[in-house]
Each structure stands twice: as structure tokens, then as C-alpha cells.
Write a protein that binds this ligand. Structure first.
Ligand code: 4NP
Length: 154
């Protein structure tokens, strides 16, 4: 099983959106038994809170299934559990490395790097533009899936 963890600041907007969008793509490709996906926060600010309603609205508008969940924080041991720890922006990458150490196994990536871009998924908590974030995450997840299919011959 390939294990993927999406990470953002609060784990109530971007990383759960990525989790559900990617899970949807896995099921469409019949890869849900080969790839496991989760999401976590770098901050404890929102721990225990549900996915933000504006993130739910945009998932619903694109017919992406989602389930009730509570925000959890990334821990040092997650570095051993997961094969890919994928942040949404450069600040996430900084905090993932702070929590997990020096990424000696090259597991830490920024999502849009799979699209050969150094861009961040901007934080919708501040921009309010959940549609743009959805499009960016969708693009990143599509590229990630293509990468994994190629890497593991799936
Ligand atoms: P997320 O968005 O990192 O995409 O889940 C945020 C959610 C909450 C906060 C910041 C960003 N906050 O400061 O509480």
C-alpha cells in the first residue's frame, strides 16, 4: 500500500479537499486498494474541528464525495507511516520539516511540484476563493496520480 498524507495549516480546508478529491480519483481508477490517503495539519489551531463549510460547498458542487472528519495534527511518527507527505504551500513545507526532521527519505513534496510548478495552493482561509483552490488542487492531484501510476506501474 502506498500511503499519502496531504498537509496544510489547519486541516479544515485545503488538505481535506485534496484528500477527498484524490480519494475520488483513486476510486475512479480502481486504485483504492493500492493507495491510502489521509490529511493532517501543521498547526493545532483547528484540531477536532470539521471540514470548513465553504470547502464542503465546493466539493459538493463538483460531486466529490466527502465524509465527516475531524482535523488532526501531523506528528513526527507520521514521517515513518507515510510514503509521501504533500504540503500545499511553502510555509507548510517549512513546518512539515520542522515536525518531521530533515526529510532524509525524500518524502516531502509541495503539491504543485507534480505539475512542474513551484506555485503554492493559496490559503482560501485568507483569499476566500475556494473555487480557485479547488481547481489548483484538482490539477495537482491529477498530476500526482499520473506520477504514481508511472512510478509504480499501476
Ligand atoms: P487550511 O486553512 O490550512 O487550508 O485548512 C486554514 C484554516 C484555518 C486557519 C488557517 C488556514 N486558521 O488560522 O485557523
Amino acid at each position: 500500500m502506498i500511503k499519502i498524507c496531504f498537509v496544510c495549516l489547519g486541516n479544515i480546508c485545503r488538505s481535506p479537499m485534496a484528500e477527498f478529491i484524490f480519494q475520488f480519483m483513486l476510486e475512479k481508477n480502481n486504485l483504492q486498494d493500492k493507495i491510502f490517503v489521509a490529511s493532517k495539519a501543521t498547526s493545532t489551531e483547528e484540531v477536532g474541528n470539521p471540514i470548513y463549510f465553504r470547502a464542503v460547498e465546493v466539493l459538493k458542487s463538483h460531486q466529490i464525495p466527502y465524509k465527516d472528519r475531524q482535523a488532526t495534527v501531523l506528528l513526527r511518527k507520521d514521517y515513518d507511516t507515510f510514503d509521501y507527505i504533500i504540503g500545499m504551500d511553502s510555509s507548510n513545507i517549512f513546518h512539515i520539516n520542522r515536525i518531521c526532521g530533515d526529510d532524509s527519505e525524500n518524502k516531502v513534496f509541495k503539491l504543485l511540484s507534480f505539475c512542474n510548478s513551484n506555485n503554492d495552493i493559496e490559503d482560501p482561509w485568507y483569499t476566500g476563493n475556494f473555487n480557485k483552490v479547488y481547481e489548483q488542487i484538482y490539477e495537482g492531484c491529477s498530476a500526482l496520480l499520473k506520477f504514481l501510476k508511472n512510478e509504480y506501474k499501476l
